[in-house]
Design a protein around this ligand. Sequence first.
Ligand code: MBD
Ligand code: FE
Length: 313
Amino acid sequence: MRQMPLDAPSGSAVDLTPNEPPKKPQYDPTFTDKVIAATGPNAHLRIAQVMPSLIRHLHDFAREVNLTMGEWMAAIDLINECGQMSDDKRNETQLLCDIVGLESLVDEITSKMLATSTSETPSAILGPFYRQDAPLLPNGDTIVRNLSPSVPWYQKAVEDSAFLTGRVVSGRSGLPIPGAVVDVWHTAPNGLYEQQDEGQPEMNMRGQFETDADGRYSLYALRPVAYPIPDDGPAGRLLAMLDRSPYRPGHIHFIVSAPGFRTLTTQVFDDRDEYIAKDSVFAVKDELVVRFKPRDGDPQARWTLEYDFVLGP
Ligand code: MBD
Ligand code: FE
């Protein structure tokens, strides 16, 4: 962009740099419209609605930064590498979107479009480590499997042992919802999800719990720890080039569902965590920051977290 001379009168339409010839647009000004106009009359409706905007933003971006062939090819290589290293245990393309805030933004847009009241528990992104079919466990059971003193992080797991309980309630009526399913997962104290870590048993730190007649769920789990998102791939390289930390604040993931209610995907964040204000994937919301309280007289847990989920219709 051309800088205005500092002494230019504001609002002046006169070009005050007489020694330069009037500038022509740097790039073909008809090009983007031509690409958009190539859309055919039978285009898919939503695609025809979103693609012109995507094309315009992409072209404007390329012009704004004067993107070169070499830089564009480097980006292509990076995206290809994301795809090549993704499988059912790792989704690098999703991670790439996460570190530029795109998954959190789309989550905000989606939940605001669907929400009917502000009393509903805010959503947070699913993230790449969800697994379907976590075992359905009775209330009061633990999602910490095969914990013994031979596990390297045994001591930390004892120190962070926590009882999680709360109700699932209807945002509209305020009444508890019996038979709601609370699907929960978090990392081990070494900061790894079970599928990232050969040392953990299958489905460790994962479970589903059905609320009782009072709409209450309860389980044993751990206070979550801060951990770096996988940074050995393209997303990690980009973070390094941006001089950013790969850390996420300790969090517990939940998907809460009940017939007749909108399924809630969210996370809660432990307020002890130093990374609360610098989540590498920008998922923290004030209402999702929780405080664990000391728990007395329970050999299975040193901490309690009480948290209610409020579902929208
Ligand atoms: C995670 O554990 C996560 O929850 C998200 C959203 C992104 C990367 C890693
Ligand atoms: Fe996570």
